[in-house]
Design a protein around this ligand. Structure first.
Ligand code: NDP
Length: 330
């Protein structure tokens, strides 16, 4: 294996202007860690789009190799859980933000951050899921812990044609829920119905200012959008229901009232994937291997090469990417 390898490198000049280039780096440029991994597949999440375009301050150390997710094979390990040849997945933990990330042929990380690749999954399938899909699973598990069963009534998924949304629609429908998919791309109706959505509603129904309480339309929700959309989802959640909130595609604000909480006993369940404890991650990946239909996963993902990462980063922040993107590093 050669000493240098290609990586996307984000640098910042004295005026704090960010530049992105494809560079040759070596293991000496990587950061501290006890496991070195050959990155075989990665992906482009919304957060990667923000990092590469510089539209939000995701990167907190320069220079940085962006990319918050990877799957690959262990090359070297000083960690008791991992040995050369093991197949592993990494999601989050500040990788691609404060620790050199996935958009390079090799990564060196803390072995505590890694999860074993489920036996039934390829590295490409793991990255078709990626942080977005693993977060969708965390949202589904949060709803389950709150007792949101299919018998309780429909569930709504916002940002449905995006990464988190597409995986959430597929999972919830496979688990027997009546899924209402909210999207700004009504042209994606067939796509969303093929993933398992029962009803499609326009994003416009949820994106304006919310009334304190609306008509009870769903027992639960997975929200990747935040802002007015989350406020509307809460106001239309039925008595005792719950909404798992994980995203901010519309905005980071939450212009809501307390009425759904104090008059309907609705719960807002916060979901974070980045610092989620290992046991929860392992459970999420076990459930993804068991509950996500591989045919649906194939239908919601497209594959690109390393050279297309930057263009895709721009497209995802503009809401032009459907479902999930796998980057095959081969
Ligand atoms: P995508 O870009 O793939 O999906 C976001 C979707 O949100 C879009 O496809 C679009 O869906 C919808 N959307 C975009 N802009 C707006 C808008 N202005 N108003 C309403 N809806 C909008 O991103 P991901 O699925 O990768 O991530 C979704 C969100 O979840 C992001 O905010 C991301 O940062 C967050 N996230 C959080 C995690 C956590 O740990 N909490 C982990 C992973 C993601 P449509 O076209 O169907 O309307």
């Amino acid at each position: 294996m050669s000493d240098t390898f290609r990586a996307i490198l984000v640098t910042r000049d004295e005026e704090k202007k960010q530049s992105v280039s494809v560079s040759e780096i070596s293991e000496a440029d990587l950061m501290e860690g006890d496991v070195t991994v050959a990155v075989e597949a990665t992906t482009v999440n919304y957060k990667d789009g923000l990092a590469i375009t510089g539209k939000a301050p995701v990167i907190r150390r320069f220079p940085m190799v962006p990319g918050i997710d990877f799957a690959g094979t262990v090359l070297k390990s000083g960690h008791s859980r991992w040995k050369e040849g093991d197949k592993v997945i990494l999601n989050g933990w500040g990788v691609g933000e404060t620790h050199m990330g996935a958009y390079a042929a090799r990564a060196r990380v803390n072995g505590d951050w890694l999860v074993g690749l489920p036996e039934s999954m390829s590295v490409q399938q793991a990255m078709a899921i990626g942080t977005a899909g693993y977060t969708a699973m965390l949202c589904v598990m949060a709803l389950e812990r709150h007792g949101i069963t299919p018998e309780r009534g429909p569930v709504v998924v916002t940002g449905a044609a995006g990464g988190v949304g597409s995986v959430a629609v597929s999972l919830l429908s496979r688990l027997g829920h009546h899924v209402i998919a909210s999207t700004g791309r009504t042209s994606e109706e067939t796509y969303l119905k093929d993933l398992g959505a029962t009803e499609i509603i326009s994003r416009d129904e949820l994106s304006g200012p919310a009334r304190p309480l609306g008509k009870e339309r769903w027992a639960g929700g997975v929200d990747a959008v935040g802002s007015h959309t989350l406020a509307n989802v809460l106001s239309m959640t039925s008595y005792g229901g719950a909404v798992a909130a994980c995203g901010l595609a519309q905005g980071m604000d939450l212009p809501a009232s307390v009425a759904p909480f104090i008059l309907r006993g609705v719960s807002l369940l916060g979901v974070d994937s980045v610092m989620a404890p290992l046991a929860l991650r392992e459970e999420a990946w076990r459930r993804l291997a068991a509950d996500l239909d591989p045919a649906k996963l194939a239908a919601l993902s497209t594959t690109i090469g390393f050279g297309e990462i930057m263009e895709t980063a721009g497209a995802i922040v503009e809401g032009r990417v459907r479902g999930r993107v796998v980057v095959d590093m081969g």
